[in-house]
Ligand binder design. Structure first.
Ligand SMILES: [Mg+2]
Length: 169
């Protein structure tokens, strides 16, 4: 992977956590999660699975975009986490992104508010935002149907989009 050696100005870049930087699906199913509402052989969706296995929040491996995110200074992470999840998630971020400025929110509508003030961009995998003008979508099986002007398939592609954003495009 060819990534920049210099730090990236992260002031206006906001990163989602799950599905972008942390892989919560590592013990959820042994097959690809094809849809957002996928249910495993126990009849659980991903959130129900995590509610029953809170340690997975701590044990989850990083995604392939973590190294690029760590180049950002500052590293802003904004993530919808239930109260139950937050202590475990904080333990994960302490290990994997100790310098990050992490904001917890309750729902996706709250996340959109981060895009309202000034020129900002959000890196996210969520498939159901009403508007992707200020979002770089991380390509995942569960957002294949989502129409977005910027869809990153690799960290290198994401870097091109971030450079474009930082250069005013
Ligand atoms: Mg996500």
């Amino acid at each position: 992977m060819t990534l920049p050696t210099n730090k990236i100005n992260g002031n206006n870049i906001f990163w989602d956590l799950d599905g972008v930087l942390r892989d919560l699906s590592f013990r959820f199913t042994n097959q690809e999660i094809a849809t957002w509402t996928y249910v495993n052989s126990h009849g659980d969706g991903i959130c129900e699975h995590i509610d029953k296995n809170l340690n997975d929040l701590l044990k989850a491996p990083p995604c392939e975009y973590l190294d690029l995110a760590l180049m950002c200074e500052p590293l802003h992470i904004v993530s919808a986490q239930s109260d139950l999840w937050r202590p475990y998630t904080s333990a994960w971020t302490d290990i994997h992104v100790p310098e990050a400025r992490v904001k917890y929110i309750n729902n996706m509508e709250d996340k959109m508010k981060y895009l309202e003030s000034g020129r900002r961009i959000l890196v996210d995998d969520y498939p159901f935002y009403p508007d992707y003008t200020h979002i770089i979508l991380i390509n995942r099986p569960w957002n294949k149907e989502t129409v977005a002007p910027r869809r990153a398939n690799t960290p290198e592609e994401l870097m091109v989009y971030l450079e474009g954003f930082l250069n005013g495009k």
